[in-house]
Design a binder for this molecule. Sequence first.
Ligand code: 1YM
Length: 650
Amino acid sequence: MNDEIMNSRETAVEGKEYDEAQIQILEGLEAVRKRPGMYIGTTSSRGLHHLVHEIVDNAVDEALAGFCTHIKVSILPGDVIRVEDDGRGIPTGTHPKTGTSTVEVVYTILHAGGKFGGGGYKVSGGLHGVGASVVNALSEWLEVVVCHDGKNLMMQRFERGVPSYPLKKIGERRETGTQVTFKPDPLMFEDTVFDYDTLKSLLREAAFLTAGLRITLTDLRDPDDIQTDSFHYEGGVASFVEYLNTNKTVVHDKVIFISGTRDDASAEIAMQYNETYNENILSFANNVRTTEGGMHETGFKTALTRVINDYGKKKNIIKGDDKVLTGDDVREGLSAVISVKLKEPQFEGQTKTKLGNSEIRTLVDSLVQEKLSSFLEENPAVGKAILEKSVAASRAREAARKAKEATRRKSALDSASLPGKLADCQDRNPENTEIYIVEGDSAGGSAKQGRDRKYQAILPLWGKMLNVEKARADRIYGNDKLAPIITALGAGIGAEFDVEKVRYHKVIIMADADVDGSHIRCLLLTFFFRFMRPLIEAGYVYLAQPPLYKIQKGKLPPRYAYDEKGMQDIIRELGGVSEDSIQRYKGLGEMNPEQLWETTMDPANRTILKVEMADAAAADEAFTLLMGDMVAPRKEYIEKHAKYVQNLDI
Ligand code: 1YM
């Protein structure tokens, strides 16, 4: 390497400044070779193919500047790459700052790119905007052949980034242009074999992104099997979308095209719906694919959802009570290409393929808002077709969601851990449904037989409950008595509890009208209060009121009383009854299914008490008093109020 420095030095204009500049260049190239990943993202096959992209990018820029019409890429034997263009040719004159040729500057100074060669800004191409010098540093050798003046054919060779000799004349030529040939350094890459198809799609993409440019790819590695492809699209990104929709039935004939520029940034968007259910949005920043999306995609998606919804409402295609179309709805069957160009792209994300510049979101959003809205106004048939497609997507999604929920209910049912089996109802709309949490297995059996299975679910519980006041949330979760309640309600517990997800808007505790029943009620209410408080706040918790007495006089229909006074009233009403006509229920289990339905479950006859939380603090105190550690006051309270819950003012 020292020899090469010496060689270069011989060509120096003169003096110290030149030496220092040369040393800096060598240090720069050395840095690239030390940490190639920092400059090209990866040294995998992707990084290898990216080298081609970097060189092609310079030629594409020349095409964008309006001087180049055809780029040829060849894979030569030995996996050597050659890129040629018919542009102006890289300037060959002496660069004032370094005293070397501009060609050498472009190929040896990091980030040289468009900062050289005269004034005008050039967007930084390539994944990281690194340019030709990085490709040079990572190549075993690289040769540039240039005709810039339409007379002299100039050439320079580099080995691992270092000039083998200064730019020199090798002949004469009338046509201007640049030819770069390089062999990626096997010391720098995991693999140096090029994949034809990868290059093919990369170059096809580049051709789509630069309307009118022709790009040809030829594989000359095997003389018996020469492959070649040529890409040339007058329509640019619109052609790209047509290509994405090849072999698909399209919803509207013409691709919608939107473009605009603001400050230093520009955007081109093409979109067309097809009859599939897939979304295919490709985005690019400075011709580099942004697979992780970013601000340009976000701007597009946000504006698209807004514009389609607004249009649908305005044209009455989305009716008043229809759901708002989601992003997924409006993107179903959409093929789109978003291509933005900007001065200083910020690439973020795991693979550095996510555009971070927020000014681009605003640009794309306002372009889509303005131009797509007016397009839809001007093309009502297209607007209608798109809206109908989106509304259909929305309906399908809603149906799918319901189906999924139904299977989820099923799996809750299947759960082997349920101590009492949940008998679910048929209706899936929580607003219509109720669940009876029933004390005891026999009462559970009667309730299952007596219920209206369309909207009434039954969850029998047996045994004594855990004293929830003392239990922590994690123990509650594992508790085999409470777990089925949590599962059946389907809304989680504690901080995670989501009242929106509750599967029944009436949760009815049905327990005996005795002290044990009171205990169960108290435990359940404590549980709801502690771990599902919004359930009480929403007014979803109720207490069933089973009768205490049945009064049957002769052939008259039976009458039911819920307390002593009620019984006396009925007896008086009936003009007195015999002792035998009065039955005192000891428990819910004593009632047959018909009786249970008639007295306690039939909305037409039953009385259920809504558990209200007028004063949450007071309720909390009462629960603590009743269920906490202080046994004496609890005992006293329970003895005083057999049906205390009603007296608790909750
Ligand atoms: C096969 C790769 O690099 N072509 C190419 C590069 C340049 C120009 C033309 C060019 C640019 C400008 C003026 C300008 C570059 N020039 C420079 C720099 N093909 C390939 N074709 N004249 C010619 O940007 O003003 C960098 S790239 F910096 F020297 F101008």
